[in-house]
Structure formats: structure tokens, C-alpha cells
Design a protein. Sequence first.
Lengths: 273, 315
Amino acid sequence: MEPNRTYQPVPPPSRRKQRMSDKIMALVWAPLNWLEERSAIVSGTRYFLFRKVPSDSNWFHTLGSATLTAFLVQAGTGIILAFYYRPTPDEAYASIRTITHDVTLGWLVRGMHKWGASVFIILLFLHMARVFLFGAYKYPRELNWIIGFTLLVLGMLQGFTGYLLPWDQTAYWATVVGINLNGTGPVLGPFLAQFLRGGDEIGPNTLTIFYAMHMLLLPLAIAGLIFVHLYLVVRLGVSSPPWSEEAAGAPRLDEEPRGPGLVRPRARGRFAR
Amino acid sequence: VEPRHGDMEPHSPGPSIWPVGFAVGIACVLAGLVVSRPAVVIGAVITLIFGVLWARDAMRAGRHPVEETPAPTEAPPIAAAAADLDYEVKTDGEVVRYPRNKFLELTTLGLGGVITAIVAVPVVGFAVLPAFTRQETPGVDLGPTDNFPEGEWVEATFLREPALGEVTRRTAFVRYNGTVSGDPNYTIISNRCVHLGCPVQASGPRNDEERETVEVENSELTLTPVLPANYSCPCHGGAYDTEGNRTAGPPVRALDRYKFSIVDGNLVLIETYAVAEVEGEGARAQIKAYGIQGPGEHVDGLSGWMYPIQPQDLR
């Protein structure tokens, strides 16, 4: 800011305008105040959303939220698809055709779910790569890395179970191969395959088992783990990028450069802020 | 507040080279499983050494000695008050723990645990056990034995369990080998690829004009004369000769076969069994037979030890 520049003070709003805006704000806040007094939901939401983050956080830090958004899209479109899908061998394929060709906007919702599944997995990997390359998995965030990895496995299980549901030739044989692949695991593999098939052979039970896992078991597990994941993010804070000189808003205590390490503060002049 | 970067704060276990060596060992084992056995041993040794060092490091209570908290000089006031009572109470820090308090806590947790177990055990059992019980499948009637001329292959598609519908449709390649000491002999090969379960095809001419549809109880089956040079799988390129021996590709054993019996002049399939390999041909074939196993599972040799029990062994 140039020191000699003078500023015109902003004129105060007229009293009538002031009263009007006060009334509107009071109207907006009345129900929120009612909720806040009984549940602290407003201050809780503020605490969750308006956290301090490192000043040099960047777009790569949004990949986690993007993954969460992709999951919510999958959950929403999946619930709507369940209105029309019938998980029996005789009806599954026909009901998918009905959704795609007959139900109004069915093609859109099914398309969002189908392509969104790939987007979800891709974003999972990008988010994982960001955390890995930024070293954000290190102490004290190792547990959140483990939870994130579990989420990746559950996400891939979602892909595996969801792939069978259209019940066409590709879906059927891909699932045959996938289950038998699990079956080749030593000692316990045959039992895992037997559980996934729901018996000795792939049949009607396999479809309903996969449907129940895809619809209930895995989404609930993923949602629960995302909750824990976010709790730890809020508790531990967002990590700074590796080139950062500040740690999540707090100034560094030691100003002298540390010994030769992989990443030395100030060693990367290009990125220093 | 965000803990600062790097290693300034004491935490346990501290950063060390051991996990890196451990990971290198694991990678060495995995790579060795593919390329060379000695590398597996070396990898295992590296993994073990670094694993032990890592565990030893982790079990130390941090690299910084923990400061001992000074012993409280006088009893907390609440404990002093408890001392005036005429029955014994225990203090847990600043809180007085009465025996009844402790008892109620334990009974609440214990009862909750018991109720949870009573509910959860049957539910989990219901979720898992049906896949492992009541799996007997009825035999499959393939119609009169006249449909299978001696020395010729017939591709039979049938419903394994008509009650469950089309999803149980299976295919077998059947050849009548004539009689051996008065008993009829058939080679009946399942078309389930023993790599990962895709359907193998008969590679060769196929006489669709002479396809027959045979009505049997509850369902119908089709019989098509085929002239296979070999069997091949569309998924990953597994190939077998006409006796089912692997000739190329990833399969780990020979094609499964069906046991059969003749009931009232009809050929009836009973169940499948696994085959390691077949020597010879037709009626004189020497079949190394094993109980049925899933595709991709070795039945013999060193690798067969990876599958000591099968789900059907427990029935």
C-alpha cells in the first residue's frame, strides 16, 4: 500500500436501509439461532468449515474434497437407480434396459453412476498421490493414510460388486474371472470365493449378495470411514506443502537451516514464499 | 495446531531406515516369486532382519526419556474425605470409586456385550454359513445313450439346476469310448476353463444342422456334434488337447471331468472332479483325478499344498 494515498470513508448506510437489512438478517437468523441454541449446529459447522489452513495450500489440496463429492454423487445416483433396478437373474438385464431407454432421464442418472464410478477411483488415486508426494502421510497422519488406504480397497470392492449388476455377458464373465482370481489365494482363497459366490456355483444368490454389498454394506462402511477420515483431518489440520516455510499458519520456531535432508526449508528458492 | 514438519517433535517410533529395508525385502520376495527362487529366500531374510530391527526400535518408548511425574505429596482432598467413611473405597486419581459404581459399570458393559453377542452370532452365521451348506446338486439327465455315437464328440448344453433357471446353464463335451470289460465308458469334459473359469470352446467344425434338442425332466438340453482339434479359451488364451491336457496358456492343470452313470438307458452326469493330467486316450486313458477344486488352483505338486482344505471338505 502506498503510504501517501488517502481514502474516502465509506458513507454509513441510511437508517432506513439499516433497519431493513437488520430485519432481513434477523429473519434469516431466527431459525438458525433456534437450532444453534439447541444443538450448536451453526458453530459446529463453522468449526468444521472455517478452519485455519496453511496460507500456501493450493489446488492439489482440493482433491480430497473432490473425491468426497464423487462419492456423494455415486450415493445419490445409486439410490435413485435402486428405485428401478431388480436384482434377479431373470429381470436384472431387462431392468437396466428399462432404466437406460424408457425411464425419463434414466440414461442420465445411470450414465452419471457408471462414469462417476471411474471418476471416483481416479480421484482416489490422485488424492493418494498428492498425499504421498507432499509427504502428508507422515507423523502424526499415518493413521489417516491407513484409513485412506482402506477406503481405496472398499472403493475398488464397490467397483467389483457394481460391475456385475447389469448382468450382461461382460458383467457375468468378468465376475466369474474376478471371483476365481480371489479363489486362487492360498489356503483361504477357496473359502473367500465360496462366500462371494454364495455357494459352489455362480447363481441367483451371487447377484443378490453383490447387490446387497454394493448397496448397503460397502457404502455404509465407506461413509463411516470417511467420517473418521474427516475427523482426523479436522483434528490434525491440513499439512503444508513440502516447500512451505510455515507450518499451518504457525511461524517456524527454528530459523537456522537444518542439516542436509531431502527437503530443506529455504533450499528451494523457486517455491519460497 | 499443526505439528511442524520433519522430526522436531519426539514421537515413537522415530523415523528410521528399518521400514525401508522391510519394504525392500517384501518387494524382493514378490519379485523372486516370479523370477527366481533364491531371490525369495534372500528377500525373506532381508524382511526378517529389518522387521526385527524395526519392531525392536518401535518397542522402545521413544528416543527421548520420559520425564517422571513427581509423586503427589499429599492425598487429594476427595480421597481424604473418602478415608472418613466406614467402608473401604478406592480412589482413581481424583474420583472416588465406590464398589457399587464399579459393579454397575461392569454389569452394564458385560450385559451389553452378552446381548450384542446373542444378536450378532446368528446374524453373522446367517450371512456366511448358507454359502457353505446344503449344496448337493441333483444329477443331470442327458437323455438316451443312443444320442452319443462311439468315438464322436457331442457338445451338450444343459441346466445344472433347472429350478434356478438359465443362470445354471453349463456345457460339457461328451465322447462315447465304447465298452471296457462290459461297462460303457465316456469321456465327459467340463467346459469351465481351469485358468479362471471362462467357457472353453471346441476349436473345429461344428455341425449346427444336426443340433438336437432333447426334452428331459424339468428342462431341455441341446446336443451338437463337434469335431474339436483342441479346446481353447477366449479370455486369456488357455488351450487344451482333446483329452483336456493343457497345451498352451495360463491354465494350471487339465480340464475338469464329469462323473457319470447310466440310469434306465439314459446318460446321467453326477458331479465334476479335478484332473492333474491325462495319459493315453479314450477308454485307455490314465486319469490323475482329484476332488473338485476351483479354477486356477493347482491340485498336485508343490503348489497344490497352497490349498490344503476346500469348502466341500467341511460338509
